[in-house]
Design a protein around this ligand. Structure first.
Ligand SMILES: Nc1ncnc2c1ncn2[C@@H]1O[C@H](COP(=O)(O)OP(=O)(O)O)[C@@H](O)[C@H]1O
Ligand SMILES: O=P(O)(O)OC[C@H]1O[C@](O)(COP(=O)(O)O)[C@@H](O)[C@@H]1O
Ligand SMILES: [Mg+2]
Length: 573
């Protein structure tokens, strides 16, 4: 990762005066110690110079911002670290500001302390000890007293990229309505069909009337796509259309694309705010607590699990197999399993499993059928991919965004289990004692055992639904936080809840790694205890195939949020 936090983070001499550009009063050294903006601005253009910058930056008549943007790190006492987000004033120092129109908004002006305090930051590390370092913080989201746009100056656009997720339409709706009702903005463009829509598709003017009912529908009214991220064409399109606020809703890939767009807009010296709104049904975006739509997806998955359970328990040796989404992160499968209580085994990408031998899946299946006569297996689509590629020749195909295309692990496992059934012998040893033995054990009274397996694949169904009530509220807060940040002149950030408080997180932090289930943490232990399934760990230890040591989990969050593991499978940078 290029933008790793500079070791100069502890530089103690601020290069610039310590102030929050969006509030009317200045910080003192007492408020924030050791603030350092790592933005070198040689020959910065004045704000008026920047009104008509050239596309290629350096070669035009206007001087472009050439220095690479480094992380903005502020350190304080007791190991306090603020990983701040870029602001227009980092590269356009003389921009005019205006009073926030919310000061006279009939709804919001009555709120006591509606504007966030300039020093407010959100702690990433919530469990601390008396003497432990306070750790990383992010700038708190919310309205500032000063804004960097006049209402009629704003020309915003919204784009949705990547896979679907419940709540996309709600975020679109709340961005349009929030801009209009809070800040009097009435020029909002919808970019159709994801990133490539900037240069290859039409746009849709979005007004509160147009978006009024869209939160009641799944999908995205703007359409979406994978691939098609052409930096120059996208930024040219933004510049040519005079867009100055870009709201980009999408997952880990999308946030990477947004970061690239931000860097280029900044390089061209344009006053354009780029805001990423994290969308991930897999919950694979790090730092934030969880994505919108995740709760809805887990809830919807219950319907499939219930169906699998009803089918399984209604027939002798019934097995219900449910495949859920989760390419590299098994959060949906884990939470759906924990919520259901009918699941006997949950398989996720983070927890390698094996079929044969002691402690393997087949042994467990036999045991459960013997005990209960039926069982339910929930698996994330990315689980066991390494087993499939052993047996099926891997084609290493990718989608248009570069994501690896997965084999259908649900189908593969179902076939394996069915084959196991043909190989099992139903052996009656007295009236009550029923045992299962391998095919090699033959007795006079043996007969073949039938496994009745039902494979349910609701993968797209759980993400194509409309968002539930709590996700709708979450989407609203997310959209509002995004708008407040852009209006206040912040840019190059992803917005999202960190330990329940909305914060502005620099792009480099959300794209450096993926959020994954840590199988040595308590949440996975709870799951193992609830299903009684094997951990699948012993076998590898026995055979000497040691697992790589788990990276230390920086934060232990009881909700299962904020566990961080390095990006492994999807590195495309
Ligand atoms: N490293 C990257 N740099 C620039 N754009 C990217 C990058 N990775 C993905 N994208 C773009 O982001 C968009 C969405 O990415 P994708 O991985 O399909 O979905 P998601 O954002 O939901 O993870 C696509 O248009 C893709 O081209
Ligand atoms: O929509 P596609 O291209 O079939 O992709 C399916 C993938 O999309 C997801 O639902 C979400 O992935 P993204 O967050 O990368 O968009 C994955 O769970 C799933 O593997
Ligand atoms: Mg993704």
């Amino acid at each position: 990762m290029e933008n790793s936090i500079s070791s100069s983070a502890s530089v103690s001499t601020p290069r610039f005066k310590c102030f929050d550009p969006t509030n009317s009063y200045h910080a003192t050294a007492h408020h924030i110690r050791n603030r350092a903006y790592f933005v070198t601005t040689p020959s910065l253009p004045s704000s008026s110079d920047c009104s008509t910058p050239s596309r290629d930056g350096d070669s035009g008549s206007t001087m472009a911002i050439s220095a690479k943007l480094e992380p903005k790190i502020v350190t304080g006492e007791l190991g306090y670290v603020l990983e701040d987000v870029p602001h227009f004033t980092d590269y356009l120092p003389h921009l005019p500001t205006y009073p926030n129109p919310l000061q006279v908004n009939p709804s919001y002006s009555v709120v006591k302390q509606y504007f966030v305090n300039m020093d407010d930051t959100v702690a990433q590390k919530i469990v601390v000890h008396k003497d432990s370092p306070r750790g990383t913080h992010f700038r708190r989201a919310g309205p500032r007293q000063k804004v960097y746009f006049e209402s009629d100056e704003v020309h915003a656009c919204i784009v949705t990229c990547g896979g679907l997720c419940p709540g996309l339409n709600t975020v679109i709706r709340e961005l349009v309505c929030g801009l209009y009702y809070m800040y009097g903005v009435n020029r909002v463009l919808g970019i159709e069909g994801g990133y490539r829509g900037f240069y290859a598709r039409n746009t849709i003017p979005l007004t509160p009337k147009v978006v009024n009912d869209i939160h009641k529908r799944g999908g995205t009214i703007l359409g979406t796509s994978r691939g098609g991220h052409d930096k120059s064409k996208i930024v040219d399109s933004i510049q040519d259309r005079g867009i100055n606020q870009v709201y980009i809703i999408g997952g880990d890939g999308t946030q990477k694309g947004a970061s690239v767009i931000f860097e280029e807009l900044r390089r061209r010296g344009l006053k354009v705010a780029v805001v990423g709104i994290p969308k991930t049904i897999d919950n694979d975006i790090t730092v934030i607590d969880k994505s919108f739509g995740f709760d809805t997806a887990v809830e919807e998955a219950q319907r499939a699990i219930n169906a699998a359970h009803v089918e399984a328990e209604s027939i002798e040796n019934g097995i219900g197999v449910v495949k859920l989404m989760g390419r590299y992160s098994g959060f949906i499968a884990m939470y759906a399993t924990l919520a259901s209580r009918d699941v006997d085994c949950c398989l996720i990408p983070e927890s390698p499993f094996y079929l044969e031998g002691p402690g393997g899946l087949f042994e467990y299946i036999k045991k459960r059928l013997k005990e209960n006569g039926h069982m339910v297996i929930v698996m994330a689509e990315g689980a066991g991919q390494e087993l499939l590629t052993e047996s099926i020749r891997s084609m290493n195909q990718q989608d248009a965004s570069g994501n690896k295309l997965l084999q259908d692990v649900g189908l593969w496992l179902s076939q394996k289990i069915k084959a196991l059934g043909y190989g099992l012998i139903w052996m009656k040893l007295g009236i009550h004692r029923v045992g299962l033995v391998g095919i090699g054990d033959h007795f006079a009274s043996q007969k073949k055992m039938t496994i009745n397996l039902k494979y349910i694949d609701p993968t797209y169904m759980i993400r194509a639904v409309r968002s539930n009530a709590s996700d709708n509220v979450y989407c609203t807060l997310l959209a509002h936080s995004a708008i407040h940040g852009a209006m206040a002149g912040y840019t190059g950030f992803t917005v999202g809840p960190v330990n329940g408080r909305h914060a502005y997180i620099p792009f480099y932090r959300v794209i450096e790694r993926q959020h994954k289930v840590v199988i040595t943490d308590r949440m996975w232990a709870r799951l193992l205890s609830s299903t009684n399934q094997p951990s699948f760990l012993d076998h590898k230890d026995v055979t000497g195939d040691k697992r790589e040591e788990e990276p230390e989990t920086p934060e232990l969050n009881e909700s299962g949020a904020n566990h961080i593991e390095p990006l492994t499978a999807q590195s495309r940078d």
